[in-house]
Design a protein around this ligand. Structure first.
Ligand code: NDP
Length: 489
């Protein structure tokens, strides 16, 4: 009979599962490991078995029997049906109080559904967002577990042992019940899309607009990485732009197809935001930009059709040829990037606030900002500022109202407006820069043209409107004498 000795188990030993198992073993956990085909288990044991205490299992029964109670198993198999199948197979072998963790990139509504089904069987189900890819899984990811308080008691210390650390704190916290962890991981990925897109727009303005070479632009990003924009994404941007293609000797950036891929978490973030009626324009434009980039045939056709552009197509003219003005414009781009990034994060945090209200979670947004400071793709010093904003206990509807961010945008806004104007004049697309600025201006507007939309809606559909001087719903008899009638309170 197999002796129960492992305090944690991992099912699925492909790239992510193998790395996570090794990380767990290296941090003093005894790790039961199982894979559908034993060959992966064998490879892990042969290559890394000496890194800690592993308990390899040939069958799922053996795997479950090797776990101490409450048995805790992390599933890292292919997303979708294989994950559902594995959850059920494990649940059949486990007992009340045991914990099944799905650490894959699951859609939060699937996690809500799975948690309900597993809870009905007396077990705990934890949907856990994991960020940082394969390297993060091995060296320290940022983790966003959902589930019950009881499951967190067992799982918390284990996850804390392997998480990335930022300023001494582990990058993991109990996010909330059922799908909360996967919801927050989804928004994290959405913010990542926006962050990457504003960096790409900054690059484009320097390359197409100012005519700078990739190596020079890499130097600019390196410089920026020393200040407010210090982040993993800015750092790797410099690395990518410095890279030279060994085969051709050309800048690497010039030999890569300009069609961005995506796996769907950005799309989920936008779809969910639409359901919640939260404007996440930065994330939305970033997802749509990837879509347009991937529509290569359509862009090719547009080029053949010769769609008209401005006279000064692409370049920023004399601005680019004057070194002082060029330098000043690069500083404008830096500020525009910072301001647009603040807006994108503010919108992402609004989505989490609204999601928490809709799904009944008590999200600690300051703690979420803190666990994103290490291990994950959007890791950045900047997140300390967001954490401080929420820690100050301020009840605000937007991060943009926090004194620090309010002032940061105030200082950046002239630059931001100059960049949007110049890019638009030169026909360089800047969807996130421009939409973030429009969102900001919309938010500032005491009165929006939505009044006209209400008038139109009432005229064609009798949808009614509210008046500024009296409460209630009103309708104008547009096809009649133009008089107004009260339709309700
Ligand atoms: P894959 O998504 O490539 O899945 C391969 C693993 O799933 C193998 O262990 C395979 O077993 C197993 N598997 C596939 N089908 C079944 C099945 N029907 N029954 C049992 N096992 C099955 O592995 P990855 O390591 O790339 O990713 C694992 C999970 O982590 C996925 O959900 C993925 O979305 C997520 N992920 C998360 C990332 C992050 O940063 N958080 C990054 C990358 C992935 P076998 O060897 O027997 O075929």
């Amino acid at each position: 009979m197999t002796q129960a000795e492992a305090n944690i188990g991992v099912v699925g030993l492909a790239a992510m599962g193998a790395s996570l198992s090794r990380n767990l073993a290296r941090h003093g956990n005894t790790v039961a490991v199982f894979n559908r085909h034993y060959s992966r288990t064998e490879t892990l044991m042969n290559e890394h078995g000496s890194e800690g205490r592993f308990v390899p299992a040939h069958t799922l029964q053996e795997f479950v029997a090797s776990l101490t109670r409450p048995r805790t198993a992390i599933i890292m198999v292919k997303a979708g049906d294989p994950t559902d199948q594995m959850i059920n197979d494990l649940a059949d072998l486990m007992e009340a109080g045991d914990i099944i963790v799905d650490a894959g990139n699951s859609y939060f509504k699937d996690t809500i559904r799975r948690e309900k089904a597993i809870r009905a069987r007396g077990l705990h189900f934890v949907g856990c967002g994991v960020s940082g890819g394969e390297e993060g899984a091995l060296l320290g990811p940022s983790m966003m577990p959902g589930g019950t308080d009881e499951s967190w008691e067992t799982l918390g210390p284990i996850l804390e042992s392997i998480a990335a650390r930022a300023e001494g704190e582990p990058c993991v916290t109990h996010i909330g019940t059922d799908g909360a962890g996967h919801f927050v991981k989804m928004v994290h990925n959405g913010i990542e899309y926006a962050d990457m897109q504003v960096i790409a727009e900054s690059y484009d303005l320097m390359r197409r607009g100012l005519g700078l070479e990739p190596g020079r632009i890499a130097d600019v990003f390196e410089e920026w990485n020393e200040g407010d924009l210090n982040s993993y994404l800015v750092q790797i941007t410099a690395q990518v732009l410095h890279h030279v293609d060994a085969r051709t000797g050309r800048p690497f950036i010039d030999i890569v197809k300009d069609q961005a891929g995506m796996k769907g978490t950005g799309t989920w973030t936008v779809q969910t935001a639409l359901d919640l009626a939260v404007p996440v324009t930065g994330i939305g434009e970033a997802v749509f930009s990837r879509g347009l980039s991937a529509s290569a045939d359509l862009r090719e056709e547009a080029a053949r059709e010769g769609l008209a552009g401005p006279v000064q197509e692409g370049g920023l003219g004399d601005l680019a040829s004057d070194p002082d003005r060029c330098k000043a414009f690069i500083e404008d781009i830096r500020k525009a990037l910072y301001a647009s990034k603040i807006v994108a994060y503010a919108q992402g945090f609004n989505e989490m606030e609204e999601g928490a209200r809709e799904y009944g979670w008590n999200l600690d947004l300051g703690a979420i900002a803190r666990i994103w400071r290490g291990g994950c793709i959007i890791r950045a010093k900047f997140l300390n500022r967001i954490s401080d904003a929420y820690a100050s206990g301020g009840e605000f509807g937007s991060l943009l109202f926090d004194p620090f961010f309010k002032q940061a945008i105030e200082e950046a806004q002239d630059s931001w407006r100059r960049v949007v104007t110049a890019a638009t004049g030169a026909g360089i697309p800047i969807p996130v820069f421009a939409s973030s600025l429009s969102y900001y201006d919309g938010l500032r507007s005491r009165r929006l043209p939505a009044a006209l939309i209400q008038g139109q809606r009432d005229l064609f559909g009798a949808h009614t409107y509210g008046r500024v001087d009296e409460s209630g719903a009103f309708h104008t008899l547009w096809a009649g004498d133009g008089s107004e009638i009260r339709q309700g309170d």
